[in-house]
Design a protein around this ligand. Sequence first.
Ligand code: SF4
Ligand code: SF4
Length: 299
Amino acid sequence: MRLSCEELCREFMQQLYEKLQTNYLDVLFLHNCDDLEDLDHILNGWMYAYARELKETGRAKLIGISTHNTKIAMEAVKSGKMEVLMFPVNPLFNLLPQDTADARMKGREVREMTEDEKAAYPTKEELYALCEEMGVPIVAMKPFAAGNILKNHEEGRLKGLLELTPVQCISYILSFPQVACPVPGFASVEELKQSLEYLTATEQERDFSEIDDSLVGKFKNQCMYCNHCQPCPKQIDIAEVTKLADMAEKEMTDDLKKRYQSLDVSGKDCIHCGSCTKRCPFGIDASANMKRAQDLFGC
Ligand code: SF4
Ligand code: SF4
């Protein structure tokens, strides 16, 4: 017998409580909503009703939502149904032009916004102000922009433009009064240790004033290497292929060629179905990046 989405979700939650050996969750997050239609289903369908049920029976303390899209975050917070917002906060995301960061704001359609749409589009500052007004704390995801902005990062396009320590990134994020906490994903134990240094860091070490507004606009079309655009029907590691292409564009080396050639599937295997481009929360044309990689590496 095939279970409905709601039945599957209820079963999943039951297993989750058992595995975590707990009776309640601090925050029950409804994750990765980057589409207005999906938001409508969540807020007005069985999903929010089920979340309320868990809250009312003491199985969840707060109900939250995560999204990468400013307009959707605004709508979710305005609804009064969400008590916590998980949203990307980092210098790179905040310096991205609004139209790039939120290219998917028109449902599943990917296209550039018109000048009028850009002018009417909510800014991140407006979102932060709304969260303040509604008493909705922000849990800051992607504090290191998937490692793109950390010192010694090897990625091509940002090298020399934006290079920070984990302490500076955390300090930047916590400078927004609406942010309750960051949720870093660590690539190594070293990165974890460097982040914990925030607790004992000096004012000088926390200083992030080198983040310069003159960088605004320089990061258009910058992939975050997060792989949110998966799954790929050809099993291409889209983030890795894009990263290697970005690095090669700056300087092609034998090591990069070797790394690219060692991939089981790469740019040449892309069938340009476009599903990754539609899914990318940052408006990156991932399909075009596969072609760029193929052209750069010749395979
Ligand atoms: S194309 Fe988009 S979703 Fe895919 S890795 Fe890059 S930023 Fe992430
Ligand atoms: S466009 Fe290419 S990389 Fe993207 S999902 Fe389709 S096959 Fe995979």
